[in-house]
Design a protein around this ligand. Sequence first.
Ligand SMILES: Nc1nc2c(c(=O)[nH]1)N[C@H]1C(S)=C(S)[C@@H](COP(=O)(O)OP(=O)(O)OC[C@H]3O[C@@H](n4cnc5c(N)ncnc54)[C@H](O)[C@@H]3O)O[C@H]1N2
Ligand code: MOO
Length: 429
Amino acid sequence: MSDVKAVGNDVFKAPDALISVDRALAFLAGQVSPVVGVETVPLAEACGRILAENVISPIDSPPFASAAMDGFAFRHADLPTAGAEATFRVSARIAAGSRERLTFGAGEAARIFTGAPVPAEFDTVVMQENCRVEATAAGEVVHIPATGTPVGKHVRQIGEDIRSGAVVLRSGHRLRPQDVAMAATVGRTGLAVHHRLKVGVFSTGDEVIEPGQPLPPGGIYSSNRFSLIALARGLGCEVGDLGNLPDRFDATRQALAEASGRYDLLITAGGVSAGGEDHVRPVVESLGVIHLWRLAIKPGKPTALGHVGKAAFIGLSGYPVAAQVTFMILARPVILRLSGALAEPMSPWRFPVPAAVDFVKTHGRREFLRVRLEAGPDGRPRARPHASQESSAVASLVDGQGLVEMKEDVRFVKAGDLVDFIPYPTVQW
Ligand SMILES: Nc1nc2c(c(=O)[nH]1)N[C@H]1C(S)=C(S)[C@@H](COP(=O)(O)OP(=O)(O)OC[C@H]3O[C@@H](n4cnc5c(N)ncnc54)[C@H](O)[C@@H]3O)O[C@H]1N2
Ligand code: MOO
């Protein structure tokens, strides 16, 4: 995020006004730009990284006309227009990798194998299963049916997949296994990619206890750092676990100020709502700026976005479900844009799925329900909301496969109506 005035200044005048998710995303799309440098990595290390160059193919692919099947290469014009089959003399054997320059006369064919170069005189390959080979005194011959193998069949033409000079991968793209394979296909050994975004993650709260410690009265085991660190790593970030902040202004201020010099983005969970012990937002305001705070989203209303010094800042709700859902919807595009992944959409893809039951919503926030997909009567998946939609109900996330988005103005969805389903992230997302 660049150092801009808060877009939501006007809404702060009305204490109950919330910023819509669309408005927040539009603001982020306009303001967040890459902050990370570029390095070259070997192809084997490139998956999951964000490309920082357009990759242009210097070659045609396939680089030569090649056989797509094991069989016989021949000149289609040598087939008779009448009669059941034609007989060709098999005058060569061409294996994949062959570099021999062979010449052929009329009525000749070549035994050829998948991936082998098709000689210039030939234009067609017939599968070996479809012809008859015969050993004669004059050598091997092959009988090829006159019909059933059209001209050009089973020959992969030069440049059929990729033309020399074509852009095969675009800058800003997050590299998947198939993309790395594409780079190799055009001969690359390394790629220019963005440095990994450095993300520091804090949890907050005096009640928050590390797993492994005895649970005191009023204590709760910390889960947020585990989910948020995993989610950020899944987006390719280099993540620092910065521990838990106590509910004290000074300690929070010192920790955020110190971390802001070492990370591109700081993420906190908890301490951003309106209570007297919620110090995170006042601390960020004292060190930098809050661009957006209080969104019309459920769960995760108190989410805050801003800057601490040069570091971008995202303050998520402490409620575990709210923290994870708002990460998926709001932190994800911020991280991708800061990381240089400009080709990624701001919002995750949604897929229409029928509702298994009636869905009711009683508020005007955009809601993300945790749902389980179950097989409907037609065998197709349909979405059933988890029994508890509380922001604290970790089981609601564990139990299902994704979220259903209910827009601000939607109050009721009938069983069988299509709803927008967003799958949960997997290890890399
Ligand atoms: N008067 C108001 N109260 C609240 C409002 C409001 O508008 N006015 N908003 C509510 C909403 S909505 C949410 S969401 C929460 C968010 O509050 P915070 O972001 O300040 O989060 P905390 O209060 O620190 O924590 C909430 C909840 O989550 C537990 N928690 C915190 N950290 C962890 C952790 N690392 N692992 C597991 N659980 C954690 C914490 O103990 C609390 O129970 O505010 C409402 N209040
Ligand atoms: O926005 Mo909160 O997560 O509803 O409790």
